[in-house]
Unconditional design. Structure first.
Lengths: 77, 386
């Protein structure tokens, strides 16, 4: 899980109880360069379909990605 | 396999009923159905209950004999079937299979869900358990979010627009306003639908179906015995259930539901008809985009044409292919475990000419499509005047 392309995405406004503090947040299905797909959170700038994204880290089993043009060092995790 | 008929239907209104429990709703629908077919509970030979999440919503388990006994149905197989929002469509499919195979003659199917006793975040959490908890749901997806991602991709691939989605909501509200069983009997405008509170972009509140309490029931019998119970038997011309991956990210193309396509093709083949001959349909509009994709998957239109087709009025009550004359899940309500059988009740009532203000001029051949989760279960049923 390194880099990939956004296949689809949404910004969730009405969040489940566990993620109320995060809302609104973006999730996306990412087609990984290494093959396969993953549903992940997008941090930083909003990503659109077709954008390239890069893996940041996995926390509590949730993979976090960001767009390539918004590198991880500038993102508040 | 022998021909099978629906010989009775029954239902409760859909809505928010704080003073009603799961069992009383299921019993009311079941009793109405038995009365409709002039049948005593002791004549029922098998009982199937479609229910998604009674244990989570109300805490009660062992639901099929619990409901069956309260209806006066004991001493027979009583089985609960769970397939997310397709639970009672699946229960109907299994009841059909048993009658068609000759195992039983008189089989009762009830679908029920009691959702509104839980606070909204808990309802969302229970519904989310129909998705893949190890991946998509863990990452923060809700059901609206899954269908929002489907909508985004459909828009990207085919140019479907927000206005197309909103047109589905406007139409279903207009139909629901005339349905005495519907939860939401209120007209909305296109502007209202477009300006709704965002739930998961691009879906607003008006793109989402309702949280509801309610139940629906149907009685099945061999066609050759149907006239003993009713003057208006409705033949199950075709019915099929199919399955697919639960997680959205395990599917190659999320702008179509492969299971719906497959179930549709099987049901068409069994009924010996094609999409062009279907006169009207009840489609699973859990979200507006789902109705648009169902139009495409069932072959009413080509892939990508569902949005414009809806916006141009083809699926309106007065259009050439009326869809969700009942108001659909959007306006009629969506007590998830009741929805599949409720759609069948709606089609049966149309075929019998008992749909009141919603009665369609052409009503001899109808289709019901019930979807579980984001497409992991699909049931398509084709009914015709016997």
């Amino acid at each position: 899980m390194n880099q990939g392309v956004v296949y689809t995405e949404t910004v969730v406004h009405s969040a489940p109880e566990a993620f109320l503090k995060d809302a609104p947040y973006q999730i996306a299905i990412i087609i990984l360069d290494t093959g396969g797909r993953v549903t992940a959170r997008i941090l930083g700038d909003r990503a659109a379909i077709g954008d390239r994204v890069t893996f940041l880290e996995s926390r509590d089993g949730i993979p976090y990605f960001s767009t390539i043009h918004n590198p991880p060092s500038t993102i508040q995790l | 396999m022998r021909p099978v008929a629906v010989i009775g239907v029954g239902r409760t209104p859909f809505g928010v009923f704080p003073d009603r429990d799961l069992r009383s709703l299921a019993v009311e629908a079941g009793r109405n159905c038995l009365e409709n077919a002039h049948l005593a509970p002791s004549q029922v030979e098998a009982f199937y209950l479609g229910n998604f999440a009674g244990p989570a919503f109300v805490g009660q388990n062992h639901l099929a004999p619990y409901v069956g006994a309260a209806l006066g149905v004991t001493g027979v197989p009583a089985t609960r079937i769970e397939a997310a929002c397709a639970s009672s469509g699946s229960a109907f499919f299994h009841a059909f299979s048993a009658v068609a195979a000759g195992l039983y003659d008189l089989v009762l199917v009830v679908g029920v869900e009691k959702m509104t006793s839980q606070p909204s975040p808990r309802v969302a959490e229970i519904l989310a358990s129909a998705g893949d908890l190890s991946g998509e749901i863990k990452a923060g997806a809700t059901f609206p979010a899954l269908f929002a991602m489907i909508a985004r991709r459909h828009m990207h691939q085919y140019g479907t627009r927000r206005e197309h989605l909103a047109a589905v909501a406007v139409k279903n509200h207009a139909n629901g306003a005339k349905n005495p069983y519907a939860q939401m009997r209120k007209l909305i405008t296109l502007e209202q639908a477009l300006a709704g509170k965002p739930i998961a972009e691009p879906l607003t509140l008006y793109d989402c179906s309702l949280v509801s309490d309610g139940a629906a029931a149907a009685l099945l019998a061999p066609l050759e015995r149907a006239s003993e119970f009713t003057d208006q038997p409705v033949r199950v011309a075709g019915v099929a259930q199919t399955s697919d991956h639960v997680a959205l990210d395990e599917k190659d193309d999320i702008t179509t539901f492969v299971a719906v396509k497959q179930a549709g093709q099987k049901a068409y083949r069994m009924a010996g008809v094609g999409p062009a001959e279907i006169e009207f349909a009840e489609l699973h509009d859990c979200f507006t985009i789902a109705e648009i994709i169902a139009l495409e998957d069932l072959g009413f239109v080509k892939p990508g044409e569902g949005g414009p087709y809806s916006a141009e009025g083809f699926t309106a009550l007065t259009g050439p292919k009326p869809v969700n004359a009942s108001g659909g899940l959007k306006a009629k309500g969506h007590p998830v475990g009741a929805t599949g059988v409720a759609q069948i009740c709606d089609v049966v009532m149309q075929i019998r000419g008992q749909a009141g203000q919603l009665q369609l001029p052409r009503h001899s051949l109808g289709l019901a499509q019930n979807l579980g989760g984001s497409g992991a279960t699909a049931v398509v049923t084709i009914l015709r005047a016997a």
